[in-house]
Design a protein around this ligand. Sequence first.
Ligand SMILES: [Zn+2]
Length: 117
Amino acid sequence: MSIRAMDCIFCKIISKQIPSAAVYEDEKILGFNNVEPDSPMHFLFVPKEHLEWKSEFKEDDLLLLGEIAAAAKKVAIEKNIFSACKLIFNIGKTGHIPHIHLHLLGGWKDKIPMRNI
Ligand SMILES: [Zn+2]
């Protein structure tokens, strides 16, 4: 594990140094409740290996990004929010945690907010 990954909060969640409420797990991906939700239901999906955004990905990395989206879709269906939800990857300075993570937001009762999350 690199020094950067040792300081990474998501790597600590994956290694269970920090507890989380998992909603999805397979050999490559972990999905869990966001402890600071921006919507009634807010989950985060991360690759279990520390991976950051870069201008060029290897083919395996691109496949993994698709698998992360598929995992989020599965949870959206399970949580009954698939008909109205948002999937958001924050890139660069929009996100303060460099470890790639996909936000799944949903569960609004009325209108879905259009503001940035
Ligand atoms: Zn990490």
